[in-house]
Design a protein around this ligand. Sequence first.
Ligand SMILES: [Zn+2]
Length: 251
Amino acid sequence: MMTFEEKIKTFEKYLKEAKNVVFFGGAGVSVPSGIPDFRSATGIYHRKTGTHFSAERIVSNSFFYSYPDLFDEFYYKNMVYVDAKPNSCHLKLAELEKRGKLKAVVTQNIDGLHQLAGSKNVFELHGTIHRSHCIKCHSLHNLEETLKEPKGKCKKCGAHLKPDVVLFEEPLDNATIIGAINALSHADTLIVGGTSLVVQPAASFIYHFKGKRLIVVNKTPIDSLLFHTKETLIFVDDIERFFKALNLDDI
Ligand SMILES: [Zn+2]
């Protein structure tokens, strides 16, 4: 068994030798930035909603159209974190992209923290809180406009704004899928971080990875068939501790 330090050294060596790294991340990436995850015991889906609807029911397409005000109440309280800042995971990935090592971030998160950290090539499988569109006049609104009073309403026609996040019952965006699959299938090294790979279809995307080296960082142990067919380095650890320990000087 390698120690944490030995494993970090091995990871640094992998990065040094890599030419095309892709990061695939989930909710755990944003937890150190103060954004709760969805599925753990303290996650957003276990929150009391103040209604007889479950959180998962509320964050669905049909619920949005049936009860837009209840949707908004839950959504802006539990899913939008305007003050969240990127953590060392976001920042070091952005730095790796700047150096030409990292080619893409594929994320299940909707918070836009990778872009805030400076990442350019980001595929947001579940959309983003940073853009909404009017269900009536179809105009686009950034988060700042969306949050202005009347919050969640179109500033042009007054109709409801629908956040450009993928709700339950909705498919993923096609162009995003194609971009993500393309990035994953060209990578020689894949880092999977802060995700327990349970959310489909997102989790199945990693099977497009054909490269040889796979690094997995997650707080709880996960297993996947892919892990047995690659040169794999597994960290059952906090993602921020992992990225803080990573030294990019020599990479
Ligand atoms: Zn409108």
